[in-house]
Design a protein around this ligand. Structure first.
Ligand code: FAD
Length: 389
């Protein structure tokens, strides 16, 4: 009998396991892959400020540090967000293979048990109020009991479905992504790059995140509900046109949930964190920091629940309150912004970009850009102004 079984050792699960173990709970962290952190399905960009709150920085898992971002409108209009600006939503480009392992190690160091190459396949409520978790390790089936299950099992979450939590994703609620690690290309390693436009990346964007001087994560996310071809075809066209000389040394594909906040991420005995709870940002697609925040909240609420011997959804709603009052508000706001942007054609995007190109944006954040856009285009964005001021 464990106090907590955490399913999935991504940033969300490992953080939840660490916090629960630090609070004295008896924790098992279960990961289906044979190695934590691989294959990487991520562009690996995070805000410096945000990540530093959750883990002590270790240069081993930082591949690059950027000081700004360049955003390009469909007609090439450039918006530069540069060095002196605080509150970054980018900053570090991680080496997630090392980062995810580091987080799992911190959980183990805090006292959590861990098993890899083990898949959680089912759950059953027991008469004593606990949950039986069904596991499969290299063909061998076995079960463990848990007072609480934390589902940190990513975008394809099985735990959410098993617990009856509504996390369904419609076609327009998941970005379909493909990314190349490209070597031998030229760019300024001080910057992350973003390209927008309905022709090049419908419903999403193309990104380049440096991983050293001449290598970078070069990827695209598109909404399948808007795309006319596969994400790979869009990316290949863009690369051939703009970075033809580079070589692809790694390919990753994956989905990012851009649903916005779900109504609840809890059920009796269960809490969902990170991508499993659709915690990724609907505008940026970033989900690492929110997953870690959610893991922190879930680990803390699990400790309270165990102390009170109350594992009911009613008590666990405390966790809902914590994430909703924290990044949940931003998910809500950015979902509305996303819906608005999706309706804009390339001409409007160009107009918006031109209106703020050359301005000194004081902070590298979605909020900051949108506030500046509202100032210069009040009529176009009037209906969303209250969300950003
Ligand atoms: C192409 C791409 C680029 C991205 N770029 C960025 C970025 O630059 N910055 C950013 O912040 N976010 C980015 N994201 C999103 C980010 O990767 C996720 O939001 C983040 O990894 C979520 O963390 P998590 O812990 O919730 O889930 P995950 O990191 O997905 O971890 C889930 C874990 O659960 C395991 N698992 C799944 N099912 C089971 C099971 N049944 N039993 C046991 N284990 C299981 C998986 O193997 C996995 O290790 C990107 C995503 C994609 C696809």
């Amino acid at each position: 009998m464990y106090d907590v079984v955490v399913v999935g050792a991504g940033p969300g699960g490992s953080t939840a396991a660490r916090i629960a173990a630090e609070k004295g709970l008896n924790v098992l962290l279960v990961e289906k892959r044979q190695e934590v952190g691989t294959p990487v399905r991520c562009a690996e960009g995070v805000s410096k400020e945000a990540i530093e709150k959750f883990v002590e920085i270790d240069r081993k898992w930082i591949a690059a540090e950027v000081t700004g971002a360049k955003i390009y409108a469909p007609d090439g209009t450039e918006i530069v967000m540069a060095e002196e600006m605080a509150g970054n939503e980018v900053g570090y480009v991680l080496e997630r293979k090392v980062f995810d392992r580091h987080l799992a190690r911190l959980a183990v160091r805090a006292g959590a048990d861990m098993i890899v190459k083990t898949t959680a396949t089912g759950m059953k409520k027991k008469e004593n109020g606990a949950v039986e978790v069904f596991l499969r390790k290299m063909g061998e089936e076995f079960t463990v009991d848990a007072k609480i299950v934390i589902g940190a099992d990513g975008v394809e979450s099985r735990i959410g479905k098993l617990a009856g939590i509504d996390t369904t994703l419609k076609l327009g609620e998941i970005e379909s992504c493909i990314q190349y690690l490209m070597a031998g290309i030229e760019f300024d390693p001080e910057y992350c790059y973003f390209w927008l436009g309905n022709e090049i990346a419908p419903g999403g964007y193309i990104w380049l995140f440096p991983k050293g001087k001449d290598a970078a994560n070069f990827g695209i996310g598109v909404l399948p509900s808007m795309a006319k071809k596969k994400p790979k075809d869009y990316l290949d066209d863009f690369v051939a046109k703009n970075f033809g000389s580079g070589e692809i040394v790694e390919v990753v594909a994956g989905g990012v949930p851009v649903k916005g906040p779900i109504e609840t991420a809890v059920a009796d005995n269960v809490m969902l964190v990170g991508d499993a709870a659709r915690h990724a940002d609907p505008i940026t697609g970033g989900g690492i920091v929110n997953a870690m925040k959610a893991g922190f909240f879930a680990g803390s609420v699990a400790a309270e629940a165990v102390e009170r011997k109350d594992y009911s959804a009613r008590f666990l709603r405390k966790y809902d309150e914590l994430w909703m009052n924290d990044f949940g508000k931003t998910l809500h706001r950015n979902k509305i912004l996303q819906q608005k942007l999706l309706k804009m054609d390339d001409k409007t995007l160009n107009k918006l970009a031109k209106s703020i190109a050359g301005y000194n944006l004081k902070e590298m954040s979605v909020r900051r850009i949108v506030m500046e856009l509202i100032k210069h285009n009040p009529r176009l964005l009037w209906d969303i102004k209250d969300l950003f001021i």
